[in-house]
Design a protein around this ligand. Structure first.
Ligand code: CO
Length: 656
């Protein structure tokens, strides 16, 4: 069989030949598609209307799970991720399911112990997963060993990924060159991979590089090759075509409403491009159109507001300039915006390649993209002229210790030494398979969560996401009510919202009301943003003055009926006071250097601390930051609890 794509002239219906070697297609709409475009907010109920139709298309597989879905579902959607798998499986009767597995990171952000990894794969297979697309952020395949053994034991398909990254504008250079990728492909084949995926998460793979890469790989290994390329840079449709010409077996695409921007190329143009050739997909374009019709009318209106439409361009030129994943860049921008430091973005672009080099030129993909990104922002915001790496995240320390695996090049020894100073596991980095130093964690998790985890699926969820997982289990079993923010919106609500915005845009929202009271002097003006629309609203409190959070509180707000036994405690410092001084009459304040979520307090009220002791662990952009005591003293007050979301400048504790 020739590698060349061959054309015939034909009518669409009557004489379409069956292709000699059809390109197989995996659809990503239900996982990477909405993860890329709609912040992974897709709900199971919005997948069901198209599920049976998608099952009829003839996809090689549909990706339905893994990546960020597990995290987002329980955290933001109040959905049990395991239940999605079982539900969708009832509608997809023939098409296999694929998931994205972060190897020993499972669907979280660090390497987990072997007992948890085995249980996770086992339960995913039992709940209906067929293909385990497995990757390691460092391309360190020792992190595959545990999960691969279990995937095989369960009789499932092991697809091994090579994360595609580079240090030069095109394929080549000292680290990530053709030899590197060929060696990785051979490693995967030797591990028993059923197929190999070239995972181009940032859309960096250029068409001619893809051609050369696939050609060389086809000669080096015998198992099917699968290309996963994001559109971000605009190259992926061309890359797909050159990869097909080089003989790639499987291509990833999405349905049109999930296509382009940081997602993937759409399926429909590819079907037409290959129609009548020896690589014809064989798909019926009318079936695809019917699916799109439902998505456009019944599903997308609920998600449209999540689309980042701040720019007209659907191509991110920065990716071509900085070789950085699109999602990582938008995270960095958000993080800087939350810290009122968006003007530092150019410094961040400059610092990022330096940090990446210091940390061993690692590929940038979850979780290493966050690790490098957050550390870069920390350096830009906190470093001084004479001290670099002033605030090192817990994850960078773990990376320097070797807990993520072997980096492509050695870590900068100065940075490594600084990161490991006082590191609890030891100051000497490890060189073994990371999970070998991890203690089993399932029993410990079970002891912590107790009967709130009713089965292994609950326990696995909790073990990977202790803070948000516990919250979710409390919602699931009715112990605490789920907040409104995690409830789905209906099409009726979408229509009402659209009508309101339309009215406001036409200037009809402010209606004269005959009986309206006069505006008092306590009226305050609020800027209200609905999606990207701005409204200025005056709010006039009824029934007395209101103290706004952030204003200084003059006296402790003692309830009149409270017993007067205890001496008056010092006034609690105001929460979320961005401009608060670091020394107050009550003591020295530890302020949040960034917005985030409290993971845990290491100290309690009454504990004595020495300057530099870790007081609280704060999660920001999924990275854990251990915040040290700014002085010696005793903890006088703690205003927050594990799981609380806090703004930059919030008073985390008072030390007196
Ligand atoms: Co992807």
């Amino acid at each position: 069989m020739s590698d060349q794509v061959q054309m015939t002239t034909m009518n669409y219906d009557s004489d379409r030949p069956v292709a000699e070697n059809p390109v197989k297609i995996m659809d990503l709409s239900l996982r990477d598609g909405h993860q890329s475009l709609f912040a992974t907010r897709g709900r199971t109920e919005d997948m069901i209307p198209v599920a049976e139709l998608m099952d009829e298309v003839g996809f090689w597989a549909v990706e339905t799970w893994g990546g960020a879905t597990f995290d987002t579902m329980h955290r933001f959607l109040n959905e049990d991720p395991w239940e999605r798998l079982r539900t969708l499986k009832r509608y997809f009767k023939k098409t296999p399911f694929s998931m994205l597995l972060r190897a020993q990171n499972l669907v979280g952000y660090r390497n987990y112990a072997d007992d948890l990894a085995l249980a996770f794969v086992d339960r995913a297979a039992a709940n209906g997963m067929d293909i385990f697309r497995t990757f390691d952020a460092l391309n360190d395949y020792r992190n595959f060993e545990t999960v691969v053994g279990e995937i095989k034991k369960c009789g499932k398909h092991f697809q091994g990924c090579i994360c595609y990254t580079m240090t030069e504008p095109r394929l080549g250079g000292d680290v990530y060159n053709l030899d590197y990728y060929i060696a990785k492909a051979k490693d995967l084949e030797a591990m028993g991979a059923d197929s190999i995926c070239i995972k181009d998460m940032a859309g960096l793979l250029a068409p001619y590089d893809a051609y050369n890469l696939i050609k060389a790989m086809k000669e080096a290994v015998f198992i099917p090759l699968h290309l996963h390329s994001h559109f971000t840079s605009g190259m992926s449709p061309m890359t797909h075509l050159k990869a097909i010409e080089a003989g790639v077996d499987i291509i990833d695409t999405v349905m049109t409403p999930y296509a382009y921007r940081t997602a993937h190329a759409a399926i429909e143009p590819l079907v037409m491009t290959l129609l009548g050739t020896n690589r014809d997909t064989g798909f019926d374009i009318r079936k695809l159109a019917a699916i799109n019709e439902i998505l456009e009318k019944e599903v997308m209106p609920k998600y449209k507001h999540l689309l980042d439409d701040s720019k007209v361009s659907i191509i991110d030129i920065n990716v071509l300039l900085h070789q950085t994943p699109g999602g990582m860049l938008s995270n960095l921008v958000n993080q800087l915006r939350e810290m009122d430091a968006l003007d530092k973005i150019d410094e961040v672009y400059k610092e990022l390649p330096r940090v990446r080099k210091d940390l061993g030129q690692i590929p940038l993909v979850t979780p290493t993209s966050q690790i490098v990104g957050v550390q870069t922002v920390n350096n830009v915001l906190h470093d001084t002229a004479d001290e670099r790496y002033k605030m090192i995240t817990g994850q960078v320390k773990d990376l320097c210790y070797g807990l993520y695996g072997k980096t492509a090049t050695p870590i900068n020894p100065e940075v490594q030494q600084k990161a490991l100073k006082g590191y609890p596991r030891g100051e000497e980095p490890i060189t073994c398979r990371p999970a070998e130093v991890l203690e089993p964690e399932l029993d410990k998790a079970k002891a912590e969560i107790g009967n709130l985890a009713k089965d292994m699926d609950d326990l696995i969820l909790y073990a990977q996401f202790p803070v948000t997982g516990k919250k979710f289990l409390e919602w699931k079993y009715g112990i605490t009510p789920a907040p409104d923010s995690v409830k789905p919106i209906t099409m009726e609500q979408v229509k009402a919202r659209e009508a309101l915005v339309k009215k406001a845009l036409a200037g009809k929202l402010i209606e004269k009301n005959e009986g309206a009271p006069a505006k008092s002097e306590s009226a305050r003006t609020f800027n209200v943003f609905v999606d990207n629309e701005f409204f200025s609203v005056d709010v006039d409190p009824v029934g007395g003055p209101v103290v706004f959070a952030g204003q200084p509180v003059s006296a402790p707000a003692a309830a009149p009926a409270a017993p007067a036994a205890a001496p008056a405690a010092p006034a609690p410092p105001p929460k979320n006071e961005a401009a608060a001084p670091t020394a107050s009459p009550a003591g020295t304040l530890l302020l949040a250097p960034m917005p985030g979520m409290i993971i845990k307090y290491e100290k309690r009220v009454g504990d004595t601390v020495a300057k530099g002791d870790t007081v609280v662990v704060l999660e920001a952009m999924k990275m854990e930051n251990a915040l040290p005591a700014p002085c010696d003293g005793t903890i006088k007050a703690i205003d927050f609890d594990s799981g609380d979301t806090i703004t930059k400048g919030a008073v985390l504790c008072v030390i007196g």
